[in-house]
Design a protein around this ligand. Structure first.
Ligand code: HAX
Length: 435
């Protein structure tokens, strides 16, 4: 058994016993009430699951195993000479709740390289799709097509014991994470570069190799990818994509099936597709104003026009956050450090000043601040990755780190099939009348 798997097994077995004892003793304790507003309102804030890898505070933002993004930037191992954390380190931290050593992270990079082979049928399946199939659709189908190799599905069919579910889930998760950059880069080169693919460089770390296979060999872009793939990795369990994975995986569908489900959810414009929508909207703005250096007044008018047309301002608002998203701030800090005077970055910063008071003025928006998706497009455009239809795939590569680490925990601690209760409007009217 490899060292990460061994460590995970020891920690998860201990928590499994602890949770069983805890439910036996305190299972009837209430952790909150549910209002009718929440029933009709997309279940905001209702505590219905456990998720070990990260937790989201409305004001402070995300913490991964207790660490904020600035703390991760400082504490996680980095590539030699690099300033940004390696995503390998974050996966290790999320899986076993320990900051890894440089040697651990090197081991994990090597391990993922060994597991990165994509089956030929996946390439053949992608080639059968029209080139202009949305990259997220190709990504989702590519992931699902690799389910053919699921260790979990094979061992389940052979009659595996419940106590062993964690083991093939770990194997499938490691294999899938290892393959995602290659799959994602293949889709990018297929759609936007006439199928001129670039071989993996096995000497590079996971993020650097992805940047290389995309075809952008700029050290600053590589640094951006390391940061990007770290900060997008997890956002506790209730967000739409993570929750989709959690639900699908709770049926004992393997992680290929559950993660492709998650990616269908990420592909919606209110969630991960917002990163494409933000830059598309900014491009539309500069085109309609005839300048890439609009004044704040021009931007404010464009924001008003968007709202008057019954559209949302992409990249702003959040279902949980009530302050600027620290993932936005991390990208802003990166831009301040690495990029001098870029028109699109400047527009993003001006939007940060202009949009919140306008949204606040509507009197209904609970969070007028930027979220993670408000900044990423301008950074990617700066380094030449201008094809915004691809942006959500980058997000999807990263999100696997958190969601699949969490899937390992769900199977290891023996979480059951998820099955909340629905009611009809008739039931609610009768309930109100009777209360
Ligand atoms: N622009 C205009 N109106 C907005 C808004 C925005 N950015 N954010 C919220 N509102 C509106 C809502 O549409 C809603 O209006 P109605 O009552 O007329 O339906 C009202 O304000 C109350 O919404 P809320 O309670 O503040 O927000 P929700 O929890 O319902 O929704 C969303 C959260 C993220 C979906 C929402 O803020 C939004 O649509 N934002 C723009 C899209 C976006 O950036 N999505 C990415 C979110 C982060 C993420 O998941 N990244 O992957």
């Amino acid at each position: 058994m490899d060292k990460l798997k061994q460590k995970f097994h020891e920690k998860a077995s201990a928590l499994r016993s602890e949770i069983r004892a805890l439910i036996k003793e305190h299972g009837a304790k209430s952790v909150g009430e549910v209002s009718l507003g929440q029933v009709f309102g997309g279940a905001r804030g209702i505590k219905t699951m456990t998720w070990e890898t990260s937790a989201l505070d409305p004001n402070e933002g995300i913490r991964f195993r207790g660490y904020t993004i600035p703390e991760l930037r400082e504490k996680l191992p980095k590539a030699p000479g690099g300033k940004e954390p390696l995503p390998e380190g974050l996966f290790w931290l999320m899986l076993v709740d320990e900051i890894p050593t440089q040697e651990d992270v090197q081991w994990l990079s090597d391990e993922w390289e060994k597991r990165a082979t994509i089956p030929q049928h996946t390439y053949d399946m992608l080639e059968a799709l029209p080139d202009d199939t949305h990259p997220m659709t190709q990504f989702t189908l590519g992931i699902a097509s690799m389910q053919y190799d699921s260790v979990f599905a094979k061992r389940y069919a052979e009659g595996m014991s419940k106590l062993d579910y964690w083991d093939p889930t770990y194997e499938d998760s490691m294999n899938l994470i290892a393959r995602l950059p290659k799959l994602a880069a293949y889709i990018y080169r297929r759609v936007y570069h006439d199928g001129n693919h670039i071989e993996a460089n096995l000497n590079l770390d996971w993020a650097a190799n992805y940047a290389h296979m995309l075809g952008i060999d700029n050290p600053d872009f590589t640094s951006l990818m390391r940061l990007y793939l770290t900060i997008h990795a997890d956002h506790e369990g209730g967000n739409a994509s993570a929750h989709t994975a959690h639900l699908v995986n709770s049926t004992l569908a393997d992680v290929y099936l559950s993660y492709s489900g998650a990616m269908n959810s990420l592909a919606g414009p209110l969630h991960g597709l917002a990163n494409q929508e933000v830059i598309k909207w900014i491009f539309e703005m500069t085109k309609s104003l005839g300048t890439t250096q609009p004044t704040k007044d021009q931007i404010a008018q464009y924001v008003q026009d968007t709202l008057n047309n019954g559209r949302v301002i992409p990249g702003y608002g959040h279902a949980v956050l009530r302050k600027p998203d620290p993932r936005f701030t991390a990208q802003k800090t990166f831009a301040e450090e690495y990029i001098k005077d870029d028109d699109y970055v400047n527009i993003v910063w001006n939007l940060f000043e202009v949009v919140p008071p306008i949204l606040q003025g509507l009197g209904k928006v609970k969070n007028p601040w930027p979220n993670v998706d408000a900044h990423s497009g301008a950074l990617l455009v700066h380094y030449g990755l201008k094809e915004y239809g691809y942006y959500t795939v980058l997000f999807g590569v990263s999100r696997a780190l958190g969601v699949l680490a969490a899937s390992c925990w769900s199977r290891a601690i023996g979480l059951p099939l998820e099955r909340p209760k629905s009611v009809t409007s008739k039931w609610i009217k009768e309930f109100i009348a009777a209360s």
